[in-house]
Design a protein around this ligand. Structure first.
Ligand SMILES: [Zn+2]
Length: 321
């Protein structure tokens, strides 16, 4: 029997999702589970294997028909796609994930950064279809990045290329999760937006966010931000406008490095608030003097939505095939 199916696994800080995918990108089966907390790499690996088995049962596909498996991880993965070097939210750094899964499922396994995977997925089936030079920037808890140049994913000497969230916009700026100051992530992640809304509220600015968000200001859901924008909440408008402008500056920097034809913005924040954010980003890009005479660069929202993680991971497997 021909091996013709791919699997994509998306390991997140809270959930692990897996799907079995055809070579044309149809999802044939899926499964998910919570990411085990505080029990180390072994527990995460066991959960990944179980979720992948569940997706294969759901798709009625036997392991011997798997061509390759892609695994997306929020972190830095080594250049060969075998090990995770840095993963701030999941205890899997250093674990030989690709080797273990490959032994268990009898198929090649490729690990990759989740936003790199997300951009590959968008190129395969979404907003960047057919585009050979594309940049992806996905603001979420952090700000992830991905670059496809000349049709190939740019991974760098150690696998850590395209960490666009850590472009320094202001060396004296707010502290970033990476330890530096003034990174794009420290201005335009949901974490940074939450921080600035809390600060505004603390200084006594009127806002309805707390009311819309069940009385809390620690974690603010993307759909609450979208609702506050719709209601014309001035604090949220100000904070989101500033974050979108910083995101635009990040896009300008990425454009100067890679001259993409398209920048894909993705993630839950963009899905909920893209209508507000994208025009500001486009305006910032259009104002860039250097590229005015070079050529256009489109900005589009990602299209794969909830399936972006697993389809992106499957695209990683496909790209290495
Ligand atoms: Zn940083």
């Amino acid at each position: 029997m021909a091996k013709k199916f791919f699997a994509g696994v998306d390991i997140g800080g809270t959930k692990i999702l897996a799907a079995v995918v055809s070579a044309r990108g149809e999802i044939l089966g899926r499964e998910k589970a919570s990411t085990p907390r505080g029990r180390g790499a072994k527990a995460v690996l066991a959960a990944v294997a179980e979720v992948l088995e569940g997706a294969m049962r759901d798709a009625e596909v036997k392991p011997r028909r798997l061509k390759a498996v892609g695994v997306g991880v929020p972190g830095v993965v080594d250049a060969r796609g075998g090990r995770v070097l840095v993963a701030p939210n999941i205890p899997i750094a250093g674990a030989p994930i690709a080797r273990e899964l490959s032994r268990r499922f009898g198929a090649p396994v490729v690990l990759g950064n989740d936003v790199n995977a997300g951009l590959l997925g968008e190129r395969w089936l979404g907003a960047a279809r057919g585009v050979d030079d594309a940049v992806g920037i996905f603001p979420g808890t952090g700000v992830g990045g991905g670059v496809i140049s000349g049709g190939r994913l740019v991974t760098g000497a150690h696998g850590a290329a395209a960490e666009l969230g850590h472009i320094v916009l202001n060396p004296g700026g707010p502290l970033c999760g990476c330890g530096a100051r003034g990174c794009l992530e420290a201005y335009a992640s949901r974490t940074a937006i939450e921080r600035d809304i809390r600060e505004g509220a603390r200084l006594g600015r009127a806002t309805r966010v707390s009311e819309l968000n069940g009385g809390r200001l620690d974690v603010i859901k993307s759909r609450v931000l979208a609702e506050a924008l719709r209601l014309g909440d001035e604090l949220v408008l100000d904070v989101m406008r500033a974050a979108a402008q910083r995101l635009g500056e990040g896009c300008v920097a990425a454009r100067h490095c890679f001259d993409p034809r398209l920048i894909v913005l993705g993630g839950g924040l963009i899905e909920a608030c893209g209508g507000f954010i994208l025009p500001i980003v486009r305006q910032r890009l259009a104002a860039d003097p250097l590229f005015k005479r070079v050529g256009p660069c489109r900005v589009a929202a990602a299209r794969l939505g909830d399936d972006a993680g697993v389809l992106g991971a499957a695209a990683l497997a496909l790209a290495r095939d």
